[in-house]
Design a protein around this ligand. Structure first.
Ligand SMILES: O=P(O)(O)OC[C@H]1O[C@H](O[C@H]2O[C@H](CO)[C@@H](O)[C@H](O)[C@H]2O)[C@H](O)[C@@H](O)[C@@H]1O
Length: 378
């Protein structure tokens, strides 16, 4: 067995990552097992497919991010992503009805959903804010209820379960506090497997994926700059999510939103390798690498051994625009489905809907009850 240090890098984007490659037999290079040591000394397995995904992400990173785009478009988009009221022309029963027909409630379709999972392994992907916890003014106080935590713990007992969030992984873990889950923080750019024994772990190798490591110093620099430059706007808050940042507008007077967006745009003008996208009263800033919640979903399915499997049914529940990347991946795979958490009609790639986190909890509990009773039957 030979060990060799290999650096995967893309000169255009500056993306690089060092891995240790162990070659079983130099005569058979295709039998290469790439390994990297995680904190704690456990080997991390990078399969050929995950390396390919990371390389593709690196290759996709180029110039052109930064502060491009129109301020008013971002502001409008933020309003639309977090609707408190709907435009009158959309607010009619006909619209609602046709949307519900296209995206029925996952609770009313529950029997059909579980029937479709026959012979397949359900894998659960859960967004955090607006899905497991209700949207609140202070992002530091978006706590998960004890009952919801219990429901997630039960689901994870029967199905491999991952939290996929825009938040910093450590922060979301401090809320959820369940060691048996997979966590994909920073919009999927920081993935770590369960730290507590889990029946679905195929080995004791740690799953870890951080395709945007190179961007850490840049993100920190931009964070500091944004904190200083947004100080004068009451209610503005900048959240450091490690590999990405969130600039919160929720507590800022709507009249000052364009001004805040302008500050963010001006700062980002100096950082063409960062891009910005609007969310629920928030502007999300992240590296321009092509890596999102959809890539995280694929990476996790692969880590669980379901890359090319027909016997898997991934279910992704999320409320945000960034969750659409994962919904799209599921549609493309033709496997599993997305569930959008929303009370109002929205353009979505999800197949089903749930109105709010309390319905998400109901869905998770029903899934556990169904699984328990099906195990009793066999
Ligand atoms: O991917 P998610 O788990 O949905 O995270 C997306 C962002 O969620 C948080 O912000 C949102 O929730 C806050 C608390 O309810 C709310 O105050 C804010 O207006 C929402 O945008 C989180 O704070 C962000 O960092 C995440 O990127």
């Amino acid at each position: 067995m030979m060990n060799q240090n290999v650096v995967i890098s893309d000169t255009k984007s500056g993306f690089s990552m060092e891995i240790v490659v162990s070659i079983r037999d130099p005569l058979f290079p295709q039998a290469v097992v790439p390994m990297q040591l995680a904190a704690g000394g456990q080997p991390i397995v990078w399969t050929a497919q995950s390396l390919k995904m990371i390389e593709t992400a690196a290759a996709a990173a180029g110039g052109g991010g930064g502060g491009g785009g129109r301020i008013s478009a971002w502001v409008d988009s933020m309003r639309a992503s977090s609707p408190t009221r709907r435009p009158p022309h959309e607010n009619n029963e006909e619209n609602n009805k046709s949307w519900i027909i296209r995206h029925p409630s996952a609770l009313s379709m529950f029997d059909e959903i579980v029937m479709g999972s026959k012979g397949k392994q359900i894998v659960m992907f859960l967004d955090y804010d607006g899905t497991l916890s209700p949207i609140v003014d202070d992002p530091d106080r978006a706590f998960i209820s004890p009952e919801m935590r219990e429901a997630v713990r039960d689901v994870a007992h029967y199905f491999p379960t991952a939290i996929v969030t825009g938040r910093c992984r450590a922060k979301v873990y401090s809320f959820v506090k369940l060691a048996e889950l997979y966590y994909a923080g920073s919009h999927g750019m920081d993935i770590k497997g369960p730290t507590k024994g889990h029946q679905y772990k195929k080995s004791n190798q740690t799953v870890l994926c951080q395709p945007a490591r190179e961007f850490l110093p840049m993100i920190d620099e931009v964070y500091k700059s944004l904190v200083t430059k947004t100080k004068s706007i009451p209610g503005a808050k900048v959240e450091n999510n490690k590999f990405c940042l969130s600039v919160h507008f929720r507590c800022v007077d709507e009249k000052r939103w364009p001004e805040l967006a302008e500050v963010v745009k001006t700062v980002l003008n100096d950082y063409p390798k960062l891009k910005m996208s609007p969310g629920r009263k928030v502007l999300e800033i992240r590296p321009i690498i092509k890596w999102d919640k959809g890539n995280a979903l694929e990476f996790l399915l692969e880590s669980l051994g379901y890359a090319n499997s027909k016997d898997v049914m991934p279910v992704y529940i999320g409320d945000d625009r960034t969750d659409e990347d994962a919904f799209k991946v599921l549609r493309k795979r033709g496997q599993g489905f997305g569930i959008l958490v929303s009370k109002v009609p929205k353009e979505t790639n999800a197949s089903y809907t749930l109105q709010e986190p309390s319905e998400v909890m109901c869905f998770l509990k029903r899934l556990v009850e169904w699984k328990k009773s099906s195990l009793q039957r066999f």
